[in-house]
Design a protein around this ligand. Sequence first.
Ligand code: HGY
Ligand code: MN
Ligand code: MN
Length: 428
Amino acid sequence: MAVSNTLIDGDRLWQDIMALADITEPGKPYTRRSFTPRFLAGRAYLIEQLKAAGLEVRIDTAGNLIGRRAGAKPHAKTIMMGSHSDTVPSGGRFDGIAGVVAALEVARALRDAGIELQHNLEVVDFLAEEPSEYGLSCVGSRGMSGQLTNAMLDFTGPQNERLGDALIRVGGNPAKLSEAVRKDIAAYLELHIEQGPVLEQSKTDLGLVTGIVGITRLEISFQGAADHAGTTPMHMRRDALYAAAQAVTAIREQAEALASEPDGYFVATVGILTLEPGGANVVPERAKVIVDIRTGKREKTLRFLESIDAATQDAAEKASVERSNFKTLSDTMPMDCDLGLLDDLAKSADALGHSHLQLASGAGHDAAFVGQLAPAAMVFVPCLGGRSHTPEEWAEKHDIAAGAAAIFAAVRRFDERTPVTNQTHNSI
Ligand code: HGY
Ligand code: MN
Ligand code: MN
């Protein structure tokens, strides 16, 4: 469907998405992991485009890249749009990136039309939305919402580097994290590919997101004893992987039970399993699983954690090993999107002639953190086969442009309907 009566330039937007796609680890498309030189090369490209759009550019102390344009009314609050430019390993070209570029395109289109908002406008590339090598996701949006703790800054990554030091490397300042916390955001809007099949299968142009799941990530480790695979009798083994295998089965079975309950969505995934020392003829001494738990209902998470706590204790006993760790790495609450912004998006989509439906997000997003600071909403665009976190991830130019057009119109609606209050200035 052609995008009408807006100044969103789909070709310009697409050019940015493809230019960023070229900035990837060679031989491992599409990989631009947070904190790496490749990530910083992608940021350099974005900085150029933000400046060319006439935005004032800065990196806040939480490492977020921010392009800002002052509004007509001094002391107005800020309408913020954005997403993330980092990827998962061998991820796609659109997850996060489409949202940052769409926000940039909205800022350019407003400038091209000579439209001056009452409110300030910001385009944000949030730092490390994907689970990073430091064991934490949404680093920048946690920082902006005052949830990046000193304990998290001590998480370590490659070459045993602290997250706090990595943050300095990308332009942040862990000693002044409080300056990243914002009180001046009037509204936050994020475009994202759906990363699911609903829009494509229902042939709907846009998804208006009602809420974002809470995500809890758990580390469970087992400590046994390395022994000779050939000479150690079965009853004398202390096999850490045997305990971990039972844990993975218990996680799957408990998740299926919770998912089958009538009221809603529950998933749990073991995406990381490591064992040491890792020899074909050595009984595994250590094993670690990382569990990714998601639901819209907090009480389901709590019930799941209780049951897995018991199940993994039993598994350790049965394998004659010690459960050496049962640690929550991160824990975000489910978030409801703002009804007023959803209405702005629905009215904008209608005016543009785009079909839309409401749906919840099973994927985590920076909006889940920004939404704790200010009214927030997301618009999804279809992606091919609903697939994401894979090089096959694909979205159509006209769909992303339609989503950007809806955000363009919703920003104007919000700006016009929201009186500017004399807001106290804070760190911006
Ligand atoms: O994992 C997620 O839900 C998001 O894509 N980072
Ligand atoms: Mn992702
Ligand atoms: Mn994403």
